[in-house]
Every structure is written in C-alpha cells, then in structure tokens.
Design a protein around this ligand. Structure first.
Ligand code: ATP
Length: 323
C-alpha cells in the first residue's frame, strides 16, 4: 500500500464555508464524447468536490483518459457539459489554474531536464522552482540529461515536476504512476500527497492499479463502458456496501442489491449495495476499496450504484436501459 494521504488542512466545515471550495472541481451533466461515431463517454452526471483527492477508476477502454482530457479542455464534449472550477471546461481562465499530466507524458525530447524546468518557469505566471527541482532531484536525474534519453519512469517524474511547479488549483493526473518502479511510486506518491495537503490542491487521478489508490484517495469515480457507475465520498461509498459470506443455500438476498456473487465450494461471497440488515445466515462486513472495485469490475452488468447511499434505483434503471 502507498503512503496514506496526510491530514488535509481544511475540514469538511471549512470547505462548505469557503466560497472557493464550495465550487466543485468538476461538475458534469449529461456529458458525452464520441470518437468516429462511437460513444467513449455517455450520459455522465457527476460532481468531484474541490480540495479532495479523487480516484477515477475503471478497466482499459472505460473512458478515464477521455474524461480527464475533457476536464483539461483538450477535447470538447459532443453532448452535455462539464464545468471545471466553476468555468466551462477549456475556458482560457483555467489554463493557469489546472495542470494536466497526460498518460503518454508528452515532453520535448530535445530539451534537457533543466531547460524543461526553465520552460515551466517562463510559461507559468506562478512557479515553484524549489518544489519542481525537489521532485527531479529525488529521482537522481541529471539536469543536463536530454528528455529524449530518459526512461518512461524518469519522464513521468519530469512531467509531475512540471505539474507541481505550476502550483495549479487542480491537478489532473492520468495514470501517473504506471511506469514507475514500486520504490519510486511510493516515494513520488508520498511527495505528491504532502505537497497537495500543504497547498489544499484538488487532485483527480486515474488508475487501474487499485493498490495505488488505497489510502490515498478520499473520493471515488468508477467509470465502466463509458458511463459513471459509482461516484461519491469514498467512506460513504464503502459504508453503503457490505461483503457477505455464508452458505450457498438457505440465505436469501434481494437480487436487485447484489453487485457480485462468487461461489467457492458450499460458501458464497456476495458484494451487496446497502448496509442491511441481511438474513442472519450471512456474515457481514464493510468491503475494502479493492474488494469493492473488483466486485464492480468483475460484474459489468449487475446492480448499478451512485453516491454513498449505495445508489438510486431510478437512475440505475435508466442507465441499464440506455446501456
Ligand atoms: N483517439 C481515439 N480515436 C478513437 N477511439 C478512441 C480514441 N481514444 C480513445 N478511444 C476509444 O474510446 C474509449 C475510451 O478510451 P479511453 O482512452 O478514454 O479509456 P481509458 O479508460 O483511459 O483506458 P486505459 O485504461 O486503457 O488507458 C475506448 O473504447 C477507446 O478505444
């Protein structure tokens, strides 16, 4: 597991009373985007609160990168709308307020690491030279090395240094850690989280490496098949589910609450929406993040949920019909 996110400076009450934090980081209504006529994201309604670390989770091809690119203003929606920090995504006023690290970490290969950081300093009205250098130096990168000669993990480090140096209000990170070795991942995530906690930065980070997010995120967006399947405060979402174990026969469960059922021998393990009470034949516990996500990912057509209360049935029916 990666280092736990340090205590955030602001409490929930502070956020509500702070007019800036009361504006969500992302707010999508009916958001959709097509590539060559095929919907990559469709009918997405969600809110990502400010001042939090949100995990965008989903399998390959789910639409995570598309969602982040829309938030970064690199793509324009084909349906619905997306507001970022209170402004329409892509608005010029967001350029200095949002930093985006794309999955393929595009950088200029001909520049050295030092020249890349200098470019960051010159292009951004606010620049944290010390913070950016710290990230580069932790990786023992030579400032004179050409970016084109760096490994994938080293380029990730330079990209994150640029993003953090910008001191943006919102960091959009698309699979930031996928090409880092476990030690670098642990170290860099720790640095990232402490910087973010210090500054109260909002982070939206996509990943399909579930352990990477455990103990780090405090808000969740589960994307599957181009739709948002689950979203909400992480604790509320976990509180809104139970992992039940019991004999395969004899204990009843309302089918519409079942997310995933696995049978091993005579015992069944069932992930359900809602906190019960359930038939007393079941042993019941709150699922962990990985158990919850794997349950949903393994059962793409099961009960759908939204928000921490385990979901809204009317929405579920709508989404299932539209799918
Ligand atoms: N440039 C593109 N042209 C055509 N189709 C695309 C393009 N980019 C993405 N898609 C399609 O859109 C869907 C969503 O892709 P996206 O890259 O957003 O998924 P993802 O969740 O980020 O996947 P991964 O975890 O593999 O990065 C996929 O079906 C993908 O094939």
């Amino acid at each position: 597991m990666l280092p736990a996110a340090p205590e955030r400076e602001a409490s929930e009450g502070d956020r509500v009373n702070d007019p800036i934090r009361a504006v969500p980081a992302l707010e999508a209504a009916g958001l959709g985007l097509r590539y060559r006529g095929e919907w990559a994201l469709r009918d997405c309604d969600f809110t990502v609160p400010a001042g939090r670390i949100s995990g965008v989770v989903g399998p390959n091809g789910a639409g995570k990168s598309t969602l982040l690119a829309l938030a970064a203003g690199l793509l324009a929606p084909d349906a619905g709308g997306l507001r970022v920090l209170g402004e329409p995504a892509g608005a010029p006023g967001l350029r200095a307020r949002v930093a985006y690290v794309a999955q393929d970490k595009p950088l200029y290969p001909g520049l050295t690491v030092a020249e890349t950081l200098r470019m960051g300093r010159e292009l951004n009205p606010v620049w944290d030279e010390e913070g950016a250098r710290r990230i580069v130096e932790q990786g023992e990168l030579r400032l004179r090395a050409r970016v084109g000669s760096l490994s994938g993990g080293q380029r990730t480090r330079v990209s994150l240094a640029l993003a953090l140096g910008k001191r943006a209000e919102l960091l959009l990170l698309d699979e930031p850690m996928s090409d880092l070795d476990p030690l670098a991942r642990h170290q860099l995530m720790g640095t990232l989280m402490s910087v973010v906690a210090e500054r109260g930065t909002t982070v939206v980070v996509s990943s399909h490496i579930l352990p990477e997010l455990d103990g780090v995120i405090d808000h969740l967006l589960l994307v599957q098949g181009g739709r948002v399947r689950l979203s909400g405060d992480l604790e509320d979402v976990l509180d809104g589910h139970r992992l039940l174990t019991g004999p395969v026969t004899g204990s009843e469960l309302p089918e519409h609450l079942v997310v995933e059922r696995r049978v091993g021998g005579r015992r069944a393990t069932v992930l359900v929406r809602g906190a019960g009470p359930f038939d007393e034949g079941w042993q019941s516990g709150r699922p962990g993040l990985e158990e919850l996500l794997l349950g949903y990912l393994r059962s793409p057509g099961s009960a759908r949920a939204r928000g921490g209360n385990g979901g809204d049935d009317r929405n579920d029916e709508h989404e299932e019909r539209a799918a």
